[in-house]
Design a protein around this ligand. Structure first.
Ligand SMILES: [Zn+2]
Length: 226
């Protein structure tokens, strides 16, 4: 574990890894992300925090948690933009990416490339949609990460651990198509729009439909004759 000295050889560099912090809304994901950022800064590491352009809760240039903890950040529009931003930032030890679900499937390869270059990449985001389906790219990132912390919120009905969240309000129309997978700013919303729920108090999850009806767990289309 000696410090980097001399020219770096091409190819993967030691020390890189991927850490995923995931869960439903209100699980404290951003707070945990920023806790790791703060620890790295205390250790003298060079850190960059990157948020998504859709997250405008505290204005551009700041990543903040529901509990009010905030840190200066850069803003990226997509995964390619994130990679360019990190390249231009100069030498870094740790990159923290918030609201990772907005960056799309391209984030998986970008994060692996950054880790290959020796960076610690901490990615925080929703791994589940408000209708209880896997929310890519977090599930893929979880599979390829060295460390995964799946946090839970507190069920708004009974107080048990909540791995899900539900949407309370109907779609508002403009800019909010009501699609759980759509990358729109409305999905960053706060306590007034969403509620954390445990499994027992989750209304209408897809897997309680008809057997073989194409719920979240239905992955194979072969072998069905209708
Ligand atoms: Zn509950």
């Amino acid at each position: 574990m000696s410090g980097a000295a001399g020219p770096q050889p091409p190819g993967p560099r030691a020390g890189g890894r991927v850490e995923v912090v995931c869960g439903p809304m209100f699980a404290g994901k951003t707070e945990e992300l920023l806790r790791r950022v703060r620890r790295a800064e205390i250790a003298g590491r060079r850190v960059e925090v990157v948020g998504h352009a859709l997250d405008t809760r505290r204005g551009a240039g700041t990543v903040s948690s529901h509990s009010g903890f905030a840190t200066p950040s850069r803003t990226a529009r997509d995964a390619d933009d994130l990679e360019r931003l990190v390249r231009e930032a100069g030498p870094l030890d740790l990159v923290a990416v918030d609201e990772a679900q907005f960056f799309g499937p391209g984030l998986v390869d970008v994060v692996q490339r950054l880790a290959d270059r020796g960076l610690v990449v901490v990615v925080a985001g929703l791994d589940v949609t408000f209708d209880a389906r896997p929310f890519e790219p977090l599930p893929a990132l979880m599979a390829l990460a060295e460390r995964v912390d799946k946090l839970t919120a507190v069920c708004a009905v009974c107080g048990e651990d909540a791995a899900f969240h539900v949407r309370l309000a109907a779609p508002t129309g403009a800019g909010d198509p009501g699609d759980p997978l759509a990358p729109v700013a409305a999905h960053v919303g706060g306590a007034e729009t969403y509620e954390a729920r445990c499994r027992t108090h989750l209304p209408d999850p897809p897997w309680r439909g008809q057997p073989g009806g194409g719920g979240a767990g239905a992955s194979s289309t072969s072998g069905t004759n209708e």
